[in-house]
Design a protein around this ligand. Structure first.
Ligand code: ATP
Ligand code: MG
Ligand code: MG
Length: 551
């Protein structure tokens, strides 16, 4: 039964299946991160694509750490990457692979190229190699070492491996074509000397293969069928195939297919830049809730479902483009709409006194836990004489169309009474201390008198039972309308991207633990941060309530 392709990559896979390129139409993809940082939203796209294809074609997906660059890699990154992939809901085919597992085989492949006269040891400095490679207008110039004999090359390469030469003094190059119009094919370096302790192989090796050589051959050794990568690798595809054709004897060779990188407005998708932000303490760490890393998005409150839906929605393209962050926000709102219970929290409190309400009385108001999900039931919320409302819900001198609390006017307190604002009490500095209101006792919600129409409905929290909650309100790190103006990205970072408010919440918040999500009524979706301790909730704003991204 034919599987319907939903993008151009799947269409290519279908062709390979029709043409019997791989035995029994098998499909094996891989996700090949370099363990030199935490995964970000761009990697989510690659993960969803690779694992999605593995699942759809009843095949599988390997995870392979592309760990050929020991100076930047470590186990902390390996563990975070495995954790992130699992959290997104995907399962790789065991075992976990590492390019470093193949160092012995890769060495043998290199020897094979030497024996075939297809690789040579070059003593030029990296500067000379770069210069002599030429450019689009100028063909490359052959290295003076290009015509070393097979015997000499074998001896020198073995000596490189044995540690006879200092770092950077020699490299192994593929002997392809110094005049190729594709600069990648002008005798690329495939091995270098580097004394750095590798996080898995320790000091066993002092020569390391380069990505362009290690990648195709690692794919081949694992029996990968479709090696999906981002478009900047398109010009390297001839080299990918050259390595397979000249070093690998297996019948079934992997096929590289490129797709567009994902870019999202306001989000930086370069591990190098993200690392700078961590190291220069612009954020609290890789998992700062403002970070576009998977660990940051998770702490911020994004769900795996919302990230997977986002990737489905944007689809797979060949041409790079930038997606509006609003689309990601739309996906998390959609996911939480029905799942997240509502509670009342006043993020920026101002005190209200109901002057005709008895001092020692507490009533319980019945509120719905989730208007989008009747099955979520109701809860009893304590109400009393002293309350908090949101500072921005009051205006002493209202502008036009301000239908919230204002002197002389009535508003409804959600699920409770209609109250009328009588008086504003200020301190000596003229700051508002409290607002005095009177209750219309006949207007209690759920009673016949509640029918009376008033324009605004406000959320509120009773002072007596209020729980202090630290609210962390986030804004974008990079402005939405950012354009490349040549400035370093660090200069563009929004210094006010975190605002902390000391809010007041109804007691129900104490029923939740770190990692639980809910909606603060009228304010937005929040998640309890791991910084939460017993009785002291810390809530991260996931996203505000606006429910359409197409604006
Ligand atoms: P960075 O530039 O952030 O360091 P990278 O490509 O060097 O990213 P890798 O760890 O090598 O990071 O990436 C693992 C896989 O994820 C690769 O197949 C890569 O093509 C893919 N990937 C990385 N960034 C993106 C992105 N923005 N969109 C789609 N795929 C991506
Ligand atoms: Mg990479
Ligand atoms: Mg990179």
């Amino acid at each position: 039964t034919k599987i319907e392709a939903s993008n151009f990559i799947e269409a290519e896979i279908n062709k390979d299946i029709e043409n019997n390129v791989y035995a029994n139409g098998r499909v094996l993809t891989r996700f090949p991160p370099e363990p030199n940082g935490y995964l970000h939203i761009g990697h989510v796209k690659s993960i969803c694509l690779n694992f999605g294809i593995g699942l759809k074609y009843h095949g599988a997906t390997n995870i392979r750490f592309d760990d050929t660059n020991p100076s930047k890699e470590n186990v902390e990154y390996v563990n975070s990457i495995l954790n992130d992939v699992k959290w997104l809901g995907f399962q790789w085919k065991e075992p976990v692979h590492y390019a470093s597992d193949y160092f012995p085989q890769l060495y043998e492949f290199a020897c094979k190229l030497i024996r075939k006269g297809l690789a040579y040891v070059d003593d030029q400095t990296s500067e000379e190699i770069r210069k002599n490679r030429g450019d689009l207008e100028h063909p490359g110039i052959d290295s003076p070492y290009r015509n070393r004999s097979v015997e000499e090359n074998m001896k020198l390469f073995e000596e490189m491996k044995a540690g006879k030469y200092p770092d950077g003094s020699k490299v192994l190059r593929a002997k392809i074509d110094m005049k190729s119009p594709n600069i990648v094919m002008r005798d690329p370096v495939i091995y270098r000397i580097l004394r750095a302790t590798h996080h898995r192989t320790g000091d066993t090796w002092c020569i390391y293969p380069l990505y362009d050589f290690a990648h195709p051959l690692s794919d081949a050794l694992e029996g990968i069928t479709h090696s999906i990568c981002t478009v900047e690798f398109e010009e390297r595809r001839p080299l990918y195939n050259w390595c397979l054709d000249n070093a690998f004897d297996g019948k079934e060779k992997p096929r590289q297919i490129e797709f567009a990188r994902l870019n999202v407005t306001t989000m930086i998708t370069s591990k190098r830049k993200l690392r700078r932000m961590v190291e220069e303490h612009v954020v609290s760490g890789w998992d700062d809730p403002r970070m576009p890393t998977i660990s940051g998005l998770r702490r911020r409150g994004y769900t795996p479902e919302s990230l997977r839906n986002f990737c489905d929605m944007i689809g797979v393209a060949k041409a790079n483009s930038t997606v509006d962050v609003g689309m990601l926000e739309y996906c998390i709102r959609e996911d939480l709409k029905d799942k997240a219970p509502r509670i009342m929290t006043v993020v920026d409190p101002i005190k209200v006194v109901l002057t005709n309400y008895p001092e020692d009385k507490t009533e319980y108001m019945t509120l719905e836990n989730n208007p989008s999900d009747p099955a979520a039931g109701t809860r009893e919320v304590p109400f009393g004489r002293n309350l908090f409302i949101e500072r921005e819900d009051f205006m002493e001198h209202p502008v036009k169309k301000f239908f919230r609390m204002t002197p002389g006017k009535e508003v409804r307190l959600k699920g409770a009474y209609i109250v009328k604002c009588d008086e504003v009490i200020k301190d000596e500095q003229g700051e508002i201390k409290e607002i005095h209101c009177t209750v219309d006792f006949s207007s209690r919600s759920g009673t016949p008198g509640a029918d009376r129409k008033v324009k605004g409905t406000l959320h509120w929290v009773a002072e007596k039972t209020a729980v202090d909650v630290e609210c962390r309100l986030y804004d974008y790190l990079i402005p939405k309308d950012d354009v490349d103006d040549g400035r370093d990205f660090m200069e563009k970072i929004n210094k006010n991207s975190l605002v902390v408010k000391h809010g007041k919440s109804e007691p129900a918040i104490l029923n939740y633990k770190a990692g639980d999500r809910f909606q603060f009524l009228r304010k937005g979706y929040f998640i309890l941060d791991p910084d939460t301790t017993e009785g002291k909730p810390v809530a991260n704003l996931i996203v505000g309530l606006r429910d359409s991204w197409a604006k």
